[in-house]
Design a binder for this molecule. Structure first.
Ligand code: PEP
Ligand code: MG
Length: 593
């Protein structure tokens, strides 16, 4: 759609991480990164040569893995493409040409490499041989990969981020989102995605106001446009008019004031009006979040996702993991830290494990299935968790459990690791509790039996909703069918809460629905007493708990199990417990009478 340059565009998407961001747009596409024309001082030249070598090594390693995978899936013939590219990466003319240009002109590696590649391409294009001329495509591919690597990874364009940048992307991998720094990047807008996709989860952890499922925002915006992201309502403004900017600036000031007020209540216990204590815990996705978790008043870490350690090109060592876990366990002591064993697969891609492309990754090789099939990977992580436990109180959480057999096998692996550490005389936590994620419907249905095997349950409602309703959590097209308040989901949660209570073990919720005030009321009404959300959401959630009444919540929860839809459930909760959801936010300019 063509538009005049300064026209105010308002787009509606799905609110994925709360807050307001006002800034300049930066589009992130898989396009060739801009080549810096900077010069390096003479004493930095050899460092620049080393940087170039390191980039080549990384691209080669990645390509070798791709070649192996392609060979495995499609046979040796197709894998030859990568053979040719690997040979090009090792080409002396290319290497020497680049290094010579760095040294002779004091150029940065990017520029020297791009010039060399342009030169080589010209040579190829002149060759009177169709096959060789076709290799120009491979050269361009290599050039792109090396330039991306030199730019610091896969976030093309991000190196151009200035302060107050809002990233616009068609879609973003969780590994890319994890690289977004909060200092410069203030907001995120994607064309695709759902609120419980891992990219949205990471955005919430980073406190980045985010709107997803906008369908076309990244095409309508231009880098440099003034934009507003309203992560509370799911609205995005491109080149907003003066009135809209004024409104959002005022809202931003209010937001800062409110955060200050809420932060003064962190020590207050979360107790309902009828005296029921609710334990508020933090979900932690990256180690640097732990300080904020402690400051938010969390009474422990309800779920630490460990996938961040596995986003690179090799598996993390025991020492690296021990470092990360011990930091978190120590910071949260004496409160418990629930460390989830790695939940790779689904949309959490990794280069570290040799996996093959699957038709239905969310139903495929994921979570505990990968751990049980890759004993060394599992053992290393278990050792690190048990060793970290001596610094406070760690607990092990097993993801994607679908039946008893998996739990028993995992417990056996934990037992073996404990014995091994014992024999080696290595200090470790001896009384480490083991729990399971209840996020697959079969686990919810089998909760009674599972409760006999473990110390606690953690309900992963992001997946439980996806698998119960058969709605891909990251697919914008079916996002309106993804309803955590669907009575079918609520019935499963009730079943799990009852089974846990009967067995005398705790059941917490660590899915995104726990932070939705309406859902939180229903969950408390269903008997849940532990809620785990991202640290930034704890203060608001505490307000909800302080205003809620368990007797009323239980009545509505009971009624909701018999209702016909999530829409009906939401309307009922909102009508009966109005005072819990006093939203003081003024109407937006377009809503004003
Ligand atoms: C969940 O499924 O609710 C959950 C917390 O795990 P993840 O979002 O990492 O799949
Ligand atoms: Mg899950």
């Amino acid at each position: 759609m063509a538009r005049t340059k300064r026209e105010h565009l308002r787009l509606e998407g799905t609110a994925a991480a709360p807050g307001i961001a006002i800034g300049k747009a930066l589009t992130h596409r898989a396009e060739r990164p801009a080549v810096s024309r900077r010069r390096v001082p003479t004493h930095r030249i050899e460092a620049e040569v080393l940087r170039f070598h390191a980039a080549l090594a990384s691209v080669s390693e990645d390509m070798r893995r791709t070649r192996q995978r392609v060979e495995h899936e499609h046979g040796a013939d197709l894998a030859l493409i990568f053979e040719a590219q690997l040979a090009m990466l090792d080409d002396m003319l290319m290497k020497d040409g680049t290094i010579e240009r760095i040294r002779a002109n004091n150029w940065v590696a990017e520029r020297a490499f791009a010039e060399t590649m342009a030169h080589l391409r010209q040579g190829f294009e002149k060759i009177d041989n169709e096959y060789l001329r076709a290799r120009v495509g491979d050269l361009k591919d290599i050039e792109h990969q090396v330039l991306v690597q030199l730019a610091g990874g896969s976030l093309s364009g991000l190196q151009n981020a200035r302060s107050n940048t809002v990233i616009f992307a068609r879609d973003m991998l969780p590994s890319e989102a994890a690289q977004l720094g909060r200092r410069l990047v203030k907001g995120l807008v994607t064309d695709a995605g759902g609120t419980t996709s891992h990219t949205s989860i990471i955005a919430r952890s980073l406190g980045l106001p985010t709107v997803v499922a906008t369908e076309r925002a990244s095409h309508l915006v231009s880098t440099g446009d003034l934009v507003v992201v309203d992560g509370d309502t799911g609205t995005v403004h491109i080149c907003p008019d003066a009135e809209t900017v004024r409104y959002y600036r005022a809202l931003l000031r209010r937001q800062v004031r409110r955060e200050r007020e809420l932060s003064q209540r962190t020590e207050l216990p979360a107790v309902t009006t009828d005296g029921v204590h609710i334990t508020l815990l933090a979900n932690v996705d990256l180690p640097q979040e732990i300080e904020q978790a402690v400051a938010s008043g969390a009474r422990g870490v309800g779920m630490m996702r460990t996938e961040f350690l596995y986003l690179g090109y090799r598996l993390p060592s025991e020492a690296e993991q021990l470092d990360a876990y011990a930091h978190i366990v120590r910071a949260m002591a004496p409160h418990p830290v629930v460390i989830r064993t790695v939940d790779l697969g689904g949309d959490k891609l990794t280069h570290a494990v040799d996996s093959v492309a699957e038709a239905n990754p969310f139903l495929g090789w994921r979570g505990i299935r990968i751990c049980l099939d890759t004993p060394d990977l599992f053992r290393t992580q278990l050792r690190a968790i048990l060793r970290a436990g001596v610094h406070g109180n760690a607990r092990i959480l097993l993801p994607m459990i679908s039946g008893l057999d998996e739990v028993r096998r995992a417990k056996e692996a934990i037992h073996q690791v404990q014995q091994e550490l014992e024999q080696q005389g290595i200090a470790h936590q001896k009384d480490c509790q083991v729990g399971v994620m209840i996020e697959v419907p079969s686990a919810a249905i089998m909760a009674e039996q599972l409760a006999q095997e473990v110390d606690f349950f953690s309900l992963g409602t992001n997946d439980l909703v996806q698998y119960t309703l058969a709605v891909d959590r990251g697919n914008a097209r079916v996002a309106d069918l993804y309803d955590p308040l669907h009575p079918a989901v609520l019935r499963l949660i009730r079943q799990v809460a009852d089974a846990a209570a009967a067995a005398g073990i705790p059941a917490s919720i660590c899915g995104a629905m726990a932070a939705d005030p309406v859902a939180a009321v229903i969950l408390m009404g269903l008997g849940i007493r532990l809620l785990s959300v991202s640290s930034a959401q704890i203060p608001e959630l505490k307000e909800v708990v302080l205003a809620a009444n368990i007797a009323t919540a239980s009545e509505i929860a009971c009624e909701s199990l018999k209702m016909s839809s999530g829409v009906e459930v939401r309307a009922r909760v909102q009508a009966v417990m109005k005072e819990v959801f006093l939203t003081a936010r003024p109407p937006r300019p377009e809503e004003a009478p």
